[in-house]
Design a protein around this ligand. Structure first.
Ligand SMILES: [Zn+2]
Length: 399
């Protein structure tokens, strides 16, 4: 009997606790505080006994996903591929959709316990409400198996090509009667236009210089060369890293000294607070830069491998890719695009991604076919000058 009573009390106690708990959670939500772990993309920091959620590096990539969706209307598959390329693996497209639908990212809270109400949260806002709504409008519009406008595939270089005469981007259009596509300068009266078929074919030719078609043992040699060159270039970054490490030690020492002086009542609370805040901000800045640099240095080899893999059958990959992947590839290789001049019928570029540039260059050195890239008006001497003048850029940046 007594045991049963005890058991009942136990039950009651549990019930009570549960109710208290749910009330607590609801209260917490209404205050704008998320009671459990935040979704992917946020770090938890303690701020005077309160938990705060701030956007971390994954979150910054998720922000990009929202922007890609809003600006380019890309498919979830493309988003998933791009995120993976940047090092963020999402298991499937369904998950991408879930992420893009989660209002937490635009600073709002939705929870069962709020019974349909949406509350403004205290987390850092990852993406504006405007973009969030735009993206979600799109998500709802899109039928399953949504495909990009087929026509675009015929003119993948539009906006990537610029007019060499006036510098404006070139548009793509179709002459329906002839069933032919053209690129055309967007400046009125400039008259710079050219058959899309011809320029697309020329672009494939240009890509061939970046294609790896050497034997396997040569590929390994190539890899070693590229990594070695890049490590050489990374030395400057390592110096910067060491300097930052010293600064980091110094700021930590300053903070300890400040605390000591405060404890010893050398300085007033107000002064302590002011300096503490200043030092903390400095410390955070240094730590942020340290993290950035360490990632860049250790990423080099990984990035080189990705680039080399990319370069195998590059022209074919581009040719058979969908419109968005094509544009992505183009932008990756030639960050400032390609300029076309009607009079001379020539293309040129100002910038080639350094990783790919090296692949093309070292391959020409190894195979002794020192041709440069004549399709881009780069003779071998100009080509190697470009190589010498280039700096490290990870191909993951700017995408
Ligand atoms: Zn023009």
């Amino acid at each position: 009997m007594q045991q049963k009573l005890l058991f009942l009390f136990g039950e009651f106690d549990n019930q009570l606790r549960k109710q208290k708990c749910t009330a607590g959670i609801k209260e917490c939500l209404l205050r704008g505080d998320w009671p459990t772990a935040p979704p992917m993309g946020f770090d938890i920091i303690k701020d005077g006994g309160r938990r705060r959620f701030i956007v971390n590096s994954k979150g910054r990539l998720i922000r990009k996903a929202f922007e890609w969706k809003a600006r380019e209307n890309v498919t979830n598959e493309v988003i998933r591929e791009r995120l993976e390329f940047h090092g963020l693996k999402i298991k499937n497209n369904q998950r991408i959709s879930e992420i893009l639908r989660n209002p937490f990212y635009c600073g709002m809270l939705a929870h069962n316990m709020l019974e349909g109400k949406i509350v403004k949260g205290n987390q850092e806002i990852l993406i504006s409400r405007e973009i969030f709504l735009k993206v979600n409008g799109k998500l709802d519009q899109l039928p399953r198996g949504y495909n990009i406008n087929e026509e675009n595939v015929e003119i993948p270089l539009k906006r990537f090509l610029s007019c060499d005469g006036c510098g404006k981007a070139m548009r793509g259009y179709e002459v329906k009667k002839k069933r032919k596509h053209y690129y055309k300068c967007s400046t009125k009266g400039c008259n710079n236009n050219k058959s899309a078929e011809v320029l697309n074919a020329r672009f494939v030719h240009i890509l061939k210089y970046f294609e790896i078609n050497v034997a396997k043992d040569l590929l390994n040699l190539l890899r070693e060369q590229v990594v070695a060159t890049f490590n050489q270039m990374a030395i400057g970054k390592k110096d910067a890293y060491q300097e930052l490490s010293v600064q980091h030690k110094e700021i930590l020492a300053k903070i300890i000294r400040l605390e000591e002086r405060f404890v010893e009542e050398d300085i007033e609370r107000e002064l302590y607070r002011r300096y503490r805040l200043k030092y903390d901000i400095e410390k955070e800045e240094i730590e942020k830069n340290l993290l950035l640099l360490s990632k860049q240095v250790s990423n080099l080899e990984k990035v080189t491998n990705i680039a080399l893999k990319f370069c195998i059958e590059l022209p074919k990959k581009w040719f058979f890719a969908d419109y968005h992947t094509k544009q992505q590839l183009q932008q990756l290789l030639f960050p400032s695009g390609i300029f076309y001049d009607k009079k001379s019928d020539k293309c040129r570029t100002f910038k080639i991604n350094s990783v790919f540039l090296y692949v093309a260059y070292i391959q020409q050195v190894i195979t002794k076919k020192k041709s440069g890239i004549p399709e881009l008006c780069l003779e071998y001497s100009a080509f190697s000058a470009l190589v010498a003048g280039s700096r490290i850029e990870l191909p993951t940046s700017g995408l």
